[in-house]
Design a protein around this ligand. Structure first.
Ligand code: CUA
Length: 160
């Protein structure tokens, strides 16, 4: 079969690009720890003393270290407001009470999917004081656009 030289060149370029993209996905997921949730992320892995894993809460683990157990549901986040002092490192555990939701903290790189039956986990440090909007970025029904929460990063002096 005759393949025109230009066509052959484009085929080579296309296949090479696909391979580059494939390698980039594998390398970035390995180096950044990106993965689909496994058995270890099934419901209720968090059960710190006095903090039920099926309820929303925010707790301090130590100086500048917090954990937040967050629930997404039609069409709100619980807790709807999370307050931490600037410089805090926060680990979020994200649950869904009904269907697929998103959890995107604007102006940060925190973005998770809330998958029913799974617990999403992400850790981030918030150095810049301010009010960060948390939005649902997965379409989840008629109230989707009204589904939001707030992360308030307080000036260190205003803490406690
Ligand atoms: Cu929840 Cu969109």
């Amino acid at each position: 079969m005759h393949v025109h030289p230009y066509e052959r060149a484009w085929i080579i370029v296309s296949v090479a690009l696909l391979m580059v993209f494939g390698v980039a996905i594998v390398v970035s997921s390995l180096s950044m720890g990106i993965q689909i949730p496994g058995l270890s992320a099934r419901l209720a892995p968090v059960s710190p003393d006095g903090f039920a894993s099926d309820e929303p809460w925010v707790r301090q683990l130590g100086p500048g270290r917090y954990e937040a157990n967050v629930f997404a549901q039609m069409w709100a986040f619980q807790p709807s407001e999370i307050r931490v002092p600037a410089g805090s490192t926060v680990t979020f555990y994200l649950h869904s009470r009904d269907l697929l939701h998103g959890f995107k903290i604007l102006d940060t790189n925190v973005s998770l999917m809330a998958i029913p039956g799974q617990v999403g986990k992400v850790t981030a440090t918030f150095n810049q004081p301010g009010e960060y909007l948390i939005v649902c970025n997965e379409y989840c029904g008629v109230g989707h656009q009204a589904m939001f929460g707030r992360l308030i990063v307080e000036e260190p002096s205003a803490t406690l």
